[in-house]
Design a protein around this ligand. Structure first.
Ligand code: 6GU
Length: 226
């Protein structure tokens, strides 16, 4: 899978993709992540990427030209399955959306800043608008990093058995059960007996019960099933 991310702050995105699982996915050739600095595409004398908004009001708007030129250059090189715009007014990201997107071949993600991008960028190019939750970030970069991480780890071969996505919280609409490691007894706080029993079917049954219980207590909305 190839992901092209358009941003005015590429530095913000270098860290998250150059470590751990995201790094390994790229080294294994399973994911290609390309960062594009929108400013590099500006034809303006001062390489500006934003301007005052028509109608007045506080806050700058990202201009069409550099973003459109960057997208059109990428589209001339390959076909894209989705062009995603990260915005607090988009569809709220969940595991179902991540699962669907992890099977795509090429996507573009646009990170907005300031008051966002000129509406015409959205009208002309964008096929999907995504928010990562009901709060406002100062820019779309961290949201783009969240989306990319959540998608890339689902690409077959990225995770090994140890980090399998199958037992993640949310994969079956249930939260993951509690986990324990050594020591067996920490200042009187003990590991549940069942986990030491070696009885695998019983352990799996316990884990499922715990998942259900946790979900009921913490996220009953997930059990509503819609
Ligand atoms: Cl995608 N962008 C910004 N700026 N804020 C957000 C968001 C996105 N999702 C939640 N808050």
């Amino acid at each position: 899978m190839r992901i092209d991310i358009l941003t005015i702050l590429p530095k913000l995105l270098e860290g998250p993709f150059n470590d751990s699982i995201m790094k390994r996915a790229q080294e294994k050739g399973l994911a290609e992540i390309h960062l594009h600095n929108i400013r590099d595409y500006s034809t303006h004398r001062q390489k500006s990427v934003d301007d005052y908004q028509y109608g007045g009001g506080a806050g700058m708007v990202m201009t069409i030209q550099p973003i459109a030129d960057c997208i059109e250059k990428l589209q001339s090189e390959r076909k894209y399955d989705e062009i995603i715009y990260m915005t607090p007014d988009g569809e709220v990201l969940d595991q179902g959306i991540c699962n669907q997107m992890s099977s795509l071949k090429n996507i573009i993600i646009i990170s907005g800043h300031y008051k966002g991008v000129d509406q015409r960028i959205r009208d002309i190019f964008v096929s999907k608008e995504i928010s990562i939750g009901s709060y406002v970030l100062s820019g779309g970069e961290l949201a783009a990093a969240v989306l990319t991480d959540a998608i890339v780890r689902l690409i077959p071969g990225v995770l090994n058995d140890e980090t399998s996505a199958l037992t993640d919280s949310f994969q079956d609409n249930l939260l993951a059960p509690p986990v324990y490691t050594r020591p067996e007894d920490y200042k009187g706080y003990k590991v549940p007996e069942i986990l030491l029993s070696g009885n695998l079917p019983k352990i799996e049954e316990w884990r499922h019960e715990q998942s259900l219980k946790r979900t009921q207590e913490k996220r009953p909305d997930l059990l509503q099933g819609d």
